[in-house]
Design a protein around this ligand. Structure first.
Ligand SMILES: [Zn+2]
Length: 259
């Protein structure tokens, strides 16, 4: 049987809990086994770079002077075009983990990003708060719908990189990822652009921590209709000039990972 990593973890953890419970009914050891399993499950679901359920990429090679800037939750017609302008002026490339239903509304922005050498990644169709409770079929159709749209815009049948909404990975998603051989991408540096209103502070945070191979998380959109996140667009010129000073080239995630 071709089990994905999530199923192996669930089987092994379940067996350990059942085995210890049967042998040691309600002893501290049985509780210990259950608690340890719970810690593993929690890590698998909630830590964005966790590979417990599925191999997850959070950075590229550390020995080359390149980094990948990634923008989530767009496209947003009020924000993304200005990010594209800034990237173009600096000759920098980035990856946009687009929400499918937003990309459907703003296909022109997606097409422009691709034309200018950027990469479109799949960040689910719905970006629902309940995504983690979707069953396998629902996860599959959500991934598939965004993948098809990105393939239509790019004219390529390659499976786009995938970043789960809110960085959460459920066993159901892991099964879909395994079946589709998805490349799941998290990040090594969170810009915290959703927690502050000061673009200078965001740029300082990123530039103070960035190292070769980092994948940086920023946002050009919002999962809720009518809401906008403008901070990354304001911080981007500062970040790009800081990267230049440090000799770090911003490339797409796929370029960063290329051997
Ligand atoms: Zn998101």
């Amino acid at each position: 049987m071709n089990l994905c990593r999530a199923d192996k973890v669930l089987l092994a953890g379940g067996a350990a809990v059942l085995g210890s419970s049967a042998l040691l009914t309600a002893t501290p050891l049985a509780f210990g086994a259950s608690a340890a399993f719970l810690v593993v499950l929690t890590d698998g679901i909630f830590r964005p770079s966790s590979s417990v359920f599925y191999p997850t990429i959070s950075h590229g090679p550390r020995d080359r002077p390149r980094v990948a800037l990634t923008f989530d939750d767009g496209p947003d017609p009020e924000v993304t075009p200005s990010i594209l302008d800034t990237l173009e002026a600096a000759g920098a490339r980035a990856t946009f983990f687009a929400i499918g239903r937003q990309l459907e509304k703003h296909r022109d922005i997606g097409v422009r990003a691709l034309r200018e050498g950027h990469e479109l990644g799949n960040h689910s169709w719905m970006h629902s708060y309940f995504q983690n409770f979707y069953g396998t079929d629902h996860q599959q159709s959500d991934v598939e719908r965004s993948t098809r749209l990105i393939q239509e815009l790019s004219g390529s049948d390659a499976e786009p990189l995938y970043r789960p909404p809110v960085g959460l990975k459920s066993p159901a998603l892991a099964r879909v990822a395994h079946a589709r051989k998805l490349k799941v991408v998290a990040w090594s540096l969170h810009s915290r652009d959703t927690f502050t209103s000061d673009p200078k502070a965001t740029a300082e945070r990123v530039l103070g921590r960035i190292a070769p191979g980092d994948i940086v998380l920023m946002h050009d959109g919002h999962e809720r209709d009518g809401k906008h996140r403008r901070l990354a667009a304001a911080a981007l010129p500062l970040i790009l000039s800081g990267l230049k000073e440090r000799g770090l080239s911003p490339v797409t995630v796929s370029e960063l990972l290329r051997p």
